[in-house]
Each structure stands twice: as structure tokens, then as C-alpha cells.
Ligand binder design. Structure first.
Ligand code: SAH
Length: 348
């Protein structure tokens, strides 16, 4: 037991421990130890970000996808998905509404949808850039050639979210169709960083076939890659996928991993994700109390929210943007935090 507490202290002091120690920490189901770990991680987050929680307005602008990831509800083989696309004007309306509510970062996320050519993406980015000059623009639209990323950057995009999903090639191949490779995923992440984006990687916790050893590999990869943002959340099955009968990832393990990521990467922007809020009604609050410092309320039009269904029972699909922000503000206040009205950039 003492070695666990020593590992937590060493993580706090030196932002690193051996792979063996990481394995022990993430294997522990001792509640007292976990509380200790969360407390360390949360004090590190407060030291850097105070009691301010950064917010990102998430605009899910298309659920068409050319990929067929086995875990994902909007995979191309899901014939039950009701597909939609938002027009440029609809996206700009979401931004305008979001701006009024206090959002200074917009995240455009979608499936890999060839309808949105690089030209169209750049046009959308340029219009958001000129309409909302004090806002950060984040894209989360999957794997592209380096030239495309360069064009998005040139058009004014600041950040890019692309979870690596798992850094173990064998595990990667069990979650994805053969035409997708871990190698290309990592190539994308390196290109994005090289082009000057603030970059986010991350993974699902409890995805099918994942082992604790895999998670140690993910923690090590993230430490080495040193991203600006780290998004993790529990895997949740979607009925219309090959993983329909798999189990959800665990709340406790997700929280432990958030805490370890905070301790290993003190300045990283780490969201308490919607998936975490979906597996537990207080999941996002618990995420913040374990060291997360970002929340990403939904800004998509209510009419499409249910259709952006990556997994079952996703929360906040019936609420207006304003309700979502208000609800999260109250949730954060209930644990002594405040939503920040700022771009919420990487603290450098
Ligand atoms: N097409 C973009 C956006 C993907 S959706 C891209 O490839 O980056 C964003 C994230 O949702 C994914 O990276 C994945 O980690 C997560 N996700 C997908 N299906 C999920 C599921 N069933 N449960 C939990 N998270 C899921």
C-alpha cells in the first residue's frame, strides 16, 4: 500500500514514475488511496488554473462518416443513423449564440465527411475567424493529409483534437477497420503539432480488448508526445455497432486516469467529457475533482443533437445551448468552481 502513496507523491513531485508504478496506481481499487490521488491532482490543477473551468462550445456539424470504426455509432455501416449536415450559416449561427452565452472557443467536430472539402472547411474557419476575432477555433474532423491541416491553420484554426484512441498497434487494429492505421493517426498528430496547432490526443477508457498494460502505454505515449490537450472518457457501447454487447468503461478507472494524466502533464487542458457525464449523473463534477479543468457543453442545434449519436444514452440532447451552459455553471458552482469566459489557451 505504501508504494502506492509513494508513487502518487513522486508523480506530484516529479511528474513521472516507472511503468510498473503506473501499473500499480491504475490497478488499485482502494478508495482511500484514490481519494488521496484525486486530491493531489486537483491541487495541481488549482495551482495552475485556479478555480476557473474553461468551456468549449461543441458544434457537431456532420454525422456523415466515411470511416467504419467499430465502436462508433456514426460509422458508415450503421444504416440506422439519421444523417445530417449543418450549412455554413447554421454553424455561424451556433457560434453567434455561443458567443452571447460566453463561449470563446468553438469546437467543430464531425465524422470524416468528404462533403466538407478543404476549401469549404477553410471558408467556414475564415468566416468564424473574422466574425469572432477573439475566439479560438478548434477542429476535430479526423485524419487528413498534412497539406489540408496546413490550409486549415492558414485559414485561422488554432487547435485540433484527434484522439489517438490506443497507442498499441494490435489493440488499434481490433477497434478499427483494416484501412485505418495507428501509424497514420500518429503521423497526423505529429504534423498538427509541427504546424503550430494546439493539439489534443486521448483515448477511451475500457474500450473492448483494452488491458491495463495498454493504458500504461497510453500514459507513456502522452507524456512523451506532450500534447496541449488530453481528452479521455469511458467507452460506451452503441446498439448499432459490432460492440453493442460490450461493457461500458468504468467511472473509477476514468477518474484515476484523469488524475494520473494531470500529475504527469500538469499544464495540459483536460476535459471532463460528456461520456463521463453519461455514465454517472455527477461524472463531470467528479472529473473536475480528479483534476480535469475543461468542460465542453453542446452548442449544436437541438434538432440534430440526438442524431450525433456516438454511443447510447448521450446526455444533454434535449436541451438548448443556454440551458446546457447554465446547467454546467451550476454544477461547477456546486463544487466550488466557476466557468471562465475566455479562450482558455494552453498556459504555456
Ligand atoms: N471523426 C473525428 C471525431 C470523432 S468523435 C475523429 O476521428 O477524430 C470523437 C471521439 O469520440 C472519438 O475520438 C472517440 O474516442 C469517441 N467515441 C467514439 N465512439 C465512442 C463510444 N462508443 N464511446 C465513447 N466514446 C466514443
Amino acid at each position: 500500500m505504501q508504494i502506492l502513496y509513494d508513487a502518487a507523491d513522486a508523480l506530484f513531485e516529479s511528474q513521472n514514475v516507472s511503468d510498473d508504478a503506473l501499473f500499480s496506481v491504475i490497478s488499485s481499487d482502494d478508495e482511500k488511496f484514490r481519494e488521496y490521488l484525486f486530491e493531489k491532482a486537483r491541487s495541481r490543477a488549482v495551482e495552475i488554473f485556479g478555480n476557473k473551468i474553461y468551456t468549449r462550445g461543441l458544434i457537431e456539424f456532420t454525422n456523415y462518416c466515411k470511416n467504419d470504426c467499430l465502436y462508433c455509432g456514426i460509422r458508415r455501416s450503421n444504416k440506422n443513423a439519421l444523417r445530417y449536415r449543418l450549412t455554413k450559416d447554421e454553424i455561424l449561427e451556433c457560434c453567434a449564440e455561443g458567443y452571447e452565452l460566453g463561449f470563446r472557443t468553438f469546437v467543430l467536430q464531425g465524422g470524416e465527411d468528404p462533403f466538407y472539402t478543404d476549401e469549404l472547411i477553410c471558408e467556414i474557419v475564415r468566416e468564424i475567424r473574422s466574425g469572432f476575432p477573439d475566439c479560438a477555433i478548434t477542429l476535430s474532423i479526423g485524419e487528413k493529409p498534412r497539406e489540408s491541416y496546413a490550409a486549415y491553420r492558414e485559414a485561422g484554426a488554432d487547435r485540433y483534437l484527434l484522439r489517438h484512441e490506443t497507442i498499441n498497434p494490435k489493440h488499434y487494429s481490433r477497434l478499427h477497420p483494416p484501412e485505418l492505421s495507428l501509424e497514420n493517426r500518429v503521423r497526423c498528430l505529429r504534423d498538427l503539432k509541427d504546424l503550430g496547432f494546439q493539439v489534443g490526443c486521448g483515448f477511451m477508457v475500457g474500450s473492448p480488448y483494452q488491458t491495463l498494460e495498454n493504458l500504461v502505454e497510453d500514459l507513456r505515449f502522452i507524456k512523451d508526445f506532450s500534447p496541449h490537450m488530453i481528452g479521455i472518457g469511458p467507452f460506451i457501447p452503441h446498439t448499432d455497432t459490432p460492440f453493442a454487447s460490450k461493457r461500458s468503461g468504468s467511472l473509477e478507472l476514468t477518474l484515476v486516469l484523469i488524475a494520473v494524466l494531470r500529475l504527469m502533464n500538469p499544464r495540459a487542458l483536460i476535459p471532463a467529457t460528456t461520456a463521463l457525464g453519461t455514465i454517472n449523473p455527477r461524472g463531470r463534477e467528479l472529473g473536475v475533482l480528479a483534476g480535469a479543468n475543461v468542460v465542453m457543453p453542446n452548442l449544436s442545434p437541438v434538432s440534430v443533437r440526438k442524431k450525433y449519436s456516438l454511443y447510447n444514452n448521450k446526455i444533454c440532447t434535449g436541451e438548448e445551448a443556454a440551458e446546457c451552459r447554465g446547467c454546467l455553471a451550476r454544477r461547477m458552482e456546486s463544487i466550488g468552481y466557476e466557468l471562465s469566459v475566455s479562450r482558455g489557451d494552453y498556459p504555456g
